[in-house]
Ligand binder design. Structure first.
Ligand SMILES: CC(C)(COP(=O)(O)OP(=O)(O)OC[C@H]1O[C@@H](n2cnc3c(N)ncnc32)[C@H](O)[C@@H]1OP(=O)(O)O)[C@@H](O)C(=O)NCCC(=O)NCCS
Length: 284
């Protein structure tokens, strides 16, 4: 795919958006080796340590580490109440083990993935070391959120000591299952044309008078499948692999100014989409 023009939000679609439970009512997502738990203020310090690793931060827009706890606090705030209603981000933690290496809970089910209510007590809390953060960090509805093509955005970062052990893949599988299962409400949103996949082939035309779709008091040009969007730099091969193996498809590629210190050459950004209504993806 050759780079095209940057995203422009020009098509109004009737679609769905998850109804996001607040942190306090959120379920933990438990996978084979990880616990994805709601983010809280005590995560400031481990988040700062994560965001102090240049190897991790080089894949962010600005490419720089946080130079103070205040800078990290600004990154944490969107995930704390009351902002937790429009983000769905999780602390990625190792499952806690006792000294002999056994899990401290008897709750492990036969399946890999367990969604558990957050009314656990310490004895049942299996979340151990914070190794990263990931999930939906932006609802995609605000001004200047064009890069997400108008859809909610997925992001993730893990401490470099834990790379290459499959934790990113495990996070992705757990998060996407939980995202798919959230209740939905209908909305109208304005999105980039490249991201519009009609719910039914009959709805293809954006013919104003004939095919407008009504949602409450708002009308949209088309009824479209809900998408989750992830943005990568095109040379972030690990992230690209993670997205592809989980069923994300490339929607758009464009050149952007390089915001990294001393960065001169433009960077190529790629927006990836995942159909939230599609059945679980099986890699072939
Ligand atoms: C992206 C990130 C979360 C991946 O976490 P991870 O735990 O290392 O991921 P995994 O171990 O599950 O590996 C994911 C896939 O990438 C592959 N991979 C690993 N290193 C690779 C490389 N250098 N080139 C290509 N693929 C690579 C793995 O083999 C695996 O694919 P497979 O299952 O087919 O074998 C982690 O690298 C990270 O935090 N990076 C910095 C922040 C970042 O880039 N965030 C995303 C911004 S878009």
């Amino acid at each position: 795919m050759a780079p095209t023009a940057p995203p422009s939000l020009s098509v109004s679609v009737a679609t769905t958006v998850p109804i996001c439970p607040p942190n306090a009512a959120r379920k933990q997502i438990v996978t084979s080796r990880l616990v994805l738990r709601p983010v809280g203020q005590p995560d400031l310090s481990p988040l700062h340590r994560l965001r102090s690793q240049p190897e991790v931060m080089r894949w962010t827009k600005l490419g720089i580490v946080d130079n103070s706890l205040e800078a990290t606090q600004q990154k944490l705030d969107p995930f704390l109440p009351p902002n937790d209603l429009t983000t769905y981000n999780f602390a990625i933690c190792l499952r806690r083990q006792d000294r002999e290496g056994h899990e401290t809970t008897q709750e492990r089910s036969g399946e890999n993935l367990v969604l558990r209510d957050d009314d656990y007590d310490d004895e049942h809390d299996v979340s151990g070391e914070f190794i990263g953060i990931g999930g939906c960090y932006q609802w995609g509805l605000g001004p200047g959120e064009n890069t997400l093509l108008g859809w909610p955005g997925l992001g993730y970062m893990i401490r470099k000591e834990h790379w290459g052990k499959g934790y990113g893949s495990e996070f992705m599988e757990g998060f996407l299952s939980a995202w798919r299962e959230l209740p939905r409400q209908e909305i109208v949103r304005t999105v980039d044309e490249s991201s519009v996949f009609p719910v039914s082939d009959d709805c293809k035309a954006a013919d104003k008078d004939d095919d407008d779709v009504q949602v409450g008091s708002t009308t949209a040009q088309i009824k479209a499948k809900e998408q989750l969007c992830a943005l990568t730099e095109h040379t972030n091969f690990v992230s690209v692999r993670l997205l592809q193996k989980n069923g994300f498809t490339k929607a758009k590629e464009w050149k952007d100014k390089n915001h990294h210190p001393g960065g001169t050459d433009d960077v190529t950004l790629v927006a990836w989409l995942w159909d939230s209504s599609a059945p679980p993806y099986q890699e072939t």
